[in-house]
Design a protein around this ligand. Structure first.
Ligand code: AMP
Length: 462
């Protein structure tokens, strides 16, 4: 759960990266950073906090150079600590390098153990640093060759932006778990941009060219773009990006997230109808699916819960103590609207069940006669190892409870999830368009089994 941004060949690289990070803020709120390259010399500003708070005008002005990379972070590997703030920077025998990563490497611990046994010193505990350490050990003569060499040795999810030798390098893992899109500035066609989501392009008036392909390592060196490819694997884009994580105004895999979410809501209405007076979303995560449910069912859409936008996402705060009172901080029912009414409340997912339980209580306390919960994705039963923050299996309510038991726990009159088939239809899954849905199915494209990885480690040569 992070956002990355990169730009090459633009005199305003730092400012545009800063703006791009604003548009990606929903992907991570713990820390933000920008590194620019001025003829190969790196300038960096990185800090814990939101984009708006991290950079002062003076600091942005100090970020000189025509290549920039940026990162917003929510930690899924490595703690929420200043030393893990990205982009990471390092010096090695080929000069200075900066790297920003969205995703999670599943064999980073094992590679790190081996590297440390050989004497490597790490300056963070982020999985991303393993990539830099591997590059430093590689004898390939080109920068892209060194990056590709390192990436052939890591496993997991990565969408990367890197700068070194005054170039912008971009890479996406062979499964293509996390998004990464290439664009160019409308006013300056040689200024190439990459971002986790197209909403960053809209803000800076860039146009989308194409998605970075799964397994592609792209070097942008002046006006020249050179691609090479890692050994291929079946593409498995993360379906949870479409369900929850991405902004609805983004296009991922050349599909509008908004449209797919409307379809999820409509399918849910077809699969799990119920008589009611209104459909209300849990804002913001359930808004678009609720709209789809309302359109399909013909039941009026109302904003029964109002969100306080000045409180961050509650779940996204890693500490339990904050999450537990977070729902009240964030949401409040509209007085009068819900009284005596039969309400369908739509959200995108139930993780632990604590949010839904509090929301149902809140709606009942506001006088609703019936509360029916509808979830626009299947039950989350398994943790994600590829970069979406999910708690352990034991904490996932759907891992050990049926939908009927969950309905009782959250005190709803009924609760229903979108079926796996419904989700697949909504996102147009097919043989040529497969997704990673491990959080719903437990089908992990890269098996995460520490003993197996240890065995594989012996085969890793570097
Ligand atoms: P919970 O109370 O644990 O069931 O959390 C459910 C709420 O968290 C729903 O409103 C979801 O939109 C939201 N949610 C689901 N997955 C995530 C995630 N990985 N990070 C942050 N929020 C999430």
């Amino acid at each position: 759960m992070c956002g990355v941004f990169g730009i090459a060949n633009h005199p305003e690289a730092a400012n545009l990266t800063y703006l791009g990070l604003h548009a990606l803020q929903h992907r991570g709120q713990e820390s933000a950073g920008v590194v620019t390259s001025e003829g190969g010399t790196l300038h960096a500003v990185r800090k814990m906090g939101l984009v708006a708070d991290v950079f002062s005008k003076e600091q942005l002005a100090s970020l000189r150079g025509s290549v920039g990379i940026g990162h917003v972070r929510y930690s899924t590997a490595g703690g929420s600590l200043p030393k893990n703030v990205q982009p990471l920077t390092a010096e090695y025998r080929h000069g200075a390098v900066a790297l920003a990563h969205n995703g999670n490497l599943v064999n980073a611990e094992l590679l790190r153990t081996k590297l440390e046994a050989e004497g490597a010193i790490f300056s963070s505990n982020s999985d991303t640093e393993v990539i830099l350490q591997l590059m430093a050990r590689c004898n390939e003569t080109t920068l892209a060759g060194r990056l590709a060499w390192a990436l052939e040795r890591v496993q997991g999810a990565y969408s990367l932006v890197m700068t070194s030798e005054d170039r912008l390098l971009v890479a996406r893992d062979p499964h293509g778990f996390r998004p990464l899109i290439l664009g160019r500035m409308r006013t300056s066609p040689h200024a190439y941009v990459v971002a986790s989501e197209t909403c960053a392009f809209d803000l800076i008036e860039a146009e989308r060219i194409r998605d970075i392909e799964p397994g592609e390592v792209l070097t942008i060196d002046g006006a020249q773009l050179v691609s090479q490819h890692l050994p291929p694997a079946p593409p498995r884009f993360c379906v949870f990006e479409h369900v929850y994580f991405a902004r609805p105004d983004s296009r991922l895999n050349d599909e509008g997230v908004y449209d797919l979410r409307v379809r999820m809501g409509a399918k849910l209405a077809q699969e799990s109808p119920v008589e009611a007076d209104m459909v209300i979303p849990v804002p913001d995560s359930g808004v678009v699916a609720a709209l789809g449910y309302a359109r399909e069912s013909g039941i009026p859409f109302e904003l029964g819960l109002i969100r306080n936008h000045y409180v961050g996402r509650t779940f996204i705060e890693p500490k339990d103590s904050i999450r537990n009172f977070g729902v009240k901080l964030k949401l409040n029912p509209v007085p009068g609207l819900l009284k005596g009414k039969r309400v369908i409340v739509v959200d995108d997912s139930i993780v632990r069940g604590t949010t839904s339980r509090k929301i149902v209580k809140m709606i009942r306390d506001a006088g609703a006669r019936e509360v029916h919960v509808r979830i626009s994705s299947p039950p989350v039963k398994s943790p994600c190892f590829y970069g979406i923050d999910t708690p352990t299996r034991a904490e996932l309510i759907a891992h050990s409870h049926s939908p009927a038991e969950i309905a009782r726990y959250i005190t709803a009159d009924s609760a229903a999830y979108l079926s796996s088939k419904g989700l697949a239809e909504a996102v147009r899954e097919g043989p040529e368009r497969r997704f990673c849905d491990a959080c719903f199915t437990g089908d992990y494209p890269i098996p995460f089994d520490p003993p197996t990885h240890r065995r594989q480690l012996r085969l890793v040569e570097f």
